[in-house]
Design a protein around this ligand. Structure first.
Ligand code: SF4
Length: 323
């Protein structure tokens, strides 16, 4: 189920025992059928094809199967929840829920295979997202967590330009109207946080606009991955140190209660002791509230696997430990 089956081929599948079905990611109706074993009111074409393909898996490749149900570029956006299907808010009892605003990614970070698996970015139209925000508010969800692979580029596939700020302004307004109408106490006013902001598209002016929002939580999840200029370039990340520094300085000065989370990949091909030291200095200087530290591994389908100057496992492990 999910991404994993998307990168596996027939040989892999035919070796699996007790496989009853293949469930591609975001196939909600398939999951419902598997759980309840009944004829669903929802569109079941995906599970019908999943079962059929399983029977025929010797003749038909999984790749062709995946293409047949949701090839990126087809008119039907099969991977994006459309807003009128049943959706269970499983995190609601904990007071929050995820709101997916787009699926897929147009970046080509050399270490990542998500664009290969999930295809190009497909954003949900603003009105569709707002419709779900209203459903979430009506269900008493107090914190909406906005996600997608590259939230910063939200809307580019729809209008030719990033529309994240526009979307956030509309979500903010929707929450304000909800608060007015429901007369709930201030302590229970709904909020939202945004996952994954990339400084290549986000400008300092955008940050200024975020300060105007009433219900935006100053939680910044920015997976920089590294700070060394030449490693960023090899990673295919489209930002430089100068912008990162002014971006972070602006967040700290504009949002007194900011919480910044980042993530770093250690031991990327070509990473020298100097690059690593630069990264350590960066992490120390900005006193991030949270840092995810990951050791680099070659992923066979990723472009970075073919890069020279691999860092020895022992050195990379040691750097992870130090950081
Ligand atoms: S790391 Fe994130 S931004 Fe880069 S290609 Fe993967 S999903 Fe897209």
């Amino acid at each position: 189920m999910g991404c994993y089956v998307s990168v596996k081929d027939d040989a892999f599948l035919s070796n699996l025992k007790n496989l009853s079905s293949i469930v591609p990611f975001m196939s909600y109706s398939v999951i419902e059928e598997l759980l309840f074993g009944k004829k669903s009111k929802l569109n079941l074409s995906a599970i019908v094809r999943a079962k059929q393909v399983h029977k025929e898996s010797k003749e038909k490749t999984l790749t062709r199967y995946l293409e047949s149900i949701a090839a990126p570029g087809k008119n039907e956006k099969a991977f994006v929840w459309k807003g009128d299907e049943v959706r269970a808010y499983i995190h609601a009892p904990f007071g929050y829920e995820y709101l997916k605003i787009a699926e897929g990614c147009d970046n080509n970070c050399t270490f990542c295979i998500i664009p290969t698996i999930r295809g190009r970015q497909q954003s949900r139209p603003i009105e569709d997202v707002i419709k779900e925000v209203k459903v979430m508010l009506g269900q008493g969800i107090q914190e909406i967590q906005i996600i997608s692979q590259d939230t910063t580029r939200y809307g580019t596939d729809l209008s030719g330009k990033p529309q994240l700020i526009e979307l956030l302004e509309k979500i903010d307004e929707t929450i304000s109207v909800f608060i007015q109408q429901s007369n709930i106490p201030t302590s229970q006013h709904p909020k939202y946080r945004v996952y994954y902001l990339y400084p290549d598209i986000m400008t300092l002016e955008h940050l200024e606009k975020l300060t105007q929002l009433k219900h935006f939580l100053p939680y910044f999840d920015i997976p920089f991955q590294h700070i060394s200029e030449h490693i960023l370039k090899k990673m295919g990340r489209h930002y430089n140190q100068k912008h990162i520094f002014s971006f972070l300085d602006t967040i700290r000065s504009s949002f007194p209660e900011s919480f910044i989370r980042t993530a770093c990949i250690i031991g990327f091909p070509g990473e020298t002791d100097t690059d690593f030291q630069e990264l350590c200095d960066f992490v120390i200087k900005y006193e991030f509230e949270s840092v995810g530290v990951f050791q680099y591994h070659d992923e066979p389908l990723a472009a970075s696997s073919s890069l020279p100057e691999k860092v020895a496992d022992e050195i990379a492990k040691n750097r992870v430990h130090i950081l």
